[in-house]
Design a protein around this ligand. Structure first.
Ligand SMILES: Cc1cc2nc3c(=O)[nH]c(=O)nc-3n(C[C@H](O)[C@H](O)[C@H](O)COP(=O)(O)OP(=O)(O)OC[C@H]3O[C@@H](n4cnc5c(N)ncnc54)[C@H](O)[C@@H]3O)c2cc1C
Length: 410
């Protein structure tokens, strides 16, 4: 089979532009096709880019742009709703701190760096179908246009079309039973550090917050909710009504009560319930392959969704650079990635459980956490393997055996 010269990348979110830059560095030209007409400016809440994600961006020359727009988060403090510290994780020695970024800023920064590097991004191109030929693929878009390439990369997110083209039996996303909200309060939490994020296991629901340089506090809420609710459904309820409910839910929590009390309805966004991907059995078939949330979408509780998409994009480019046979290149890519992303997803699933703990479990957690974070639950032990991971771009990929699909809980 001829080595890959060009790629069609479906999805211009986070993984798509990173894949395009990494492929370019590997000598493979690509065009990114994004379904939406606009660039999703202003859409989405905060997400984390971890040190391992920043390092993947360093390889393609995009780390500085992301560091410039993100707030460094050196410490993670776990609190109860009375303002008592349950445990703390300090940033790992020798690593740059994780960055909290607005998803829309991250998206814009990556798009700008990719465009400056010569990557072409076409908007309003929703992939609907693919024809595979012995020497390439033809992508068909909803506007009637088509595009040809040697391979097609599905960076089209958790509701991926490419995933079901690869495997019509592929599982879809599962619901995490937590409603998500993101907000900015015109309030600066007294005594909070400017470079720390706080996770609060409140009386009725979990919330997180961090100070912003302008004196406001960014915060998000995870409220237990058992039925699936899409973002569109959540937006049918006026923000003022959601705010009223959040004010009730956090009325007994420090500083939840003040955060909800100092938030204007126009600075609250409701995102509905979170979705995560169960284990996806087939990441590739023939000339199509998945990258990012389409293959592995851990819960936002992992703090690793965007970083894992970045790592996968860079590793895929290395494999296509070094292994001429496409099937072997995709198998090597899966071998490099599956075990890692599934371990991270499993940790995030445990974190999700703790956000819905009842009062007894919360009391146990408050009592055990200080000892746990000094002994078996240290930042180094839990986060070290995730955040210290580095991709050696220059090392040739020789091929690895794909790991078996583990049975992962959602
Ligand atoms: C609008 C939006 C807001 C988000 N907000 C947050 C947030 O606040 N916090 C958080 O932790 N994570 C958020 N995420 C998810 C986060 O971006 C991803 O988990 C992560 O960055 C992995 O990125 P990805 O590129 O794999 O997927 P995504 O970032 O989801 O990007 C997928 C892209 O593919 C496009 N696409 C989908 N189907 C097609 C198709 N058929 N043809 C062409 N293009 C297609 C989508 O429009 C999207 O731009 C958001 C995602 C989106 C799309």
């Amino acid at each position: 089979m001829a080595p890959v010269k060009n790629a069609l990348i479906i999805g211009g979110g986070i993984g798509g532009p990173v894949a395009a830059m990494a492929l370019r560095k590997a000598g493979i030209e690509s065009t990114v096709y994004e379904a939406y007409d606009d660039t999703a400016d202003g859409v989405g809440a905060m997400l984390t880019v971890a040190p391992n994600g920043l390092d993947a961006l360093r390889i393609i020359g995009a780390d500085k742009s992301v560091q410039a727009i993100g707030l460094p988060m050196k410490d993670l403090n776990m609190m109860d709703g009375k303002g008592r510290t349950m445990g703390a994780f300090r940033a790992l020695a020798g690593l740059p701190p994780s960055r909290s970024v607005w998803r829309s800023d991250l998206h814009r920064a990556l798009r700008d760096v990719a465009t400056a590097q010569g990557v072409r991004i076409e908007y309003g191109k929703r992939l609907v179908r693919v024809d595979e030929r012995p020497d390439g693929v033809v992508a068909f878009f909803a506007d009637g246009s088509t595009a040809d390439g040697n391979v097609l990369v599905g960076a089209d997110g958790i509701h991926s079309t490419v995933r079901s083209l690869i495997d019509p039996q592929a599982p879809g996303p599962s619901t995490v039973p937590l409603l998500n909200f993101g907000a900015v309060a015109d309030y600066s939490v007294p005594g909070a550090a400017s470079d720390a994020v706080y996770f609060v296991f409140g009386r009725r629901a979990f919330f997180g917050y961090w100070l912003q340089p302008d004196g406001t506090t960014a915060w998000y809420a995870n409220v237990p909710h058992h039925a699936r609710m899409t973002a569109a459904e959540a937006r049918r309820t006026p923000p003022s009504e959601w705010l009223r409910r959040l004010q009730e839910i956090y009325a007994d929590d420090v500083p939840g009560r003040d955060l909800a009390g100092h938030t204007r309805a126009d600075r609250l966004s409701a995102f509905g319930t979170n979705a995560i991907m169960p284990s996806v059995p087939h990441w590739y078939r023939d000339r199509m392959v998945l990258v990012g949330d389409s293959a592995h979408a851990p819960s936002p509780s992992s703090g690793q969704g965007a970083s894992q998409a970045m790592e996968s994009a860079v590793q895929l480019a290395r494999c296509l650079r070094d292994i001429p046979d496409l099937g072997s290149a995709f198998a090597a890519y899966e071998g490099l990635r599956r075990g890692r992303v599934e371990r991270i997803a499993a940790r995030a699933a445990r974190t999700n459980d703790s956000k819905s703990y009842g009062p007894v479990a919360k009391t146990m957690m408050r009592l055990m956490m200080p000892l746990a974070t000094k002994t078996f639950l240290t930042a180094e032990k839990t986060l070290g393997p995730e955040q210290r991971y580095r991709i050696d771009w220059d090392a040739p990929v020789t091929g690895e055996t794909p790991v078996p699909v583990p049975n992962r809980r959602t």
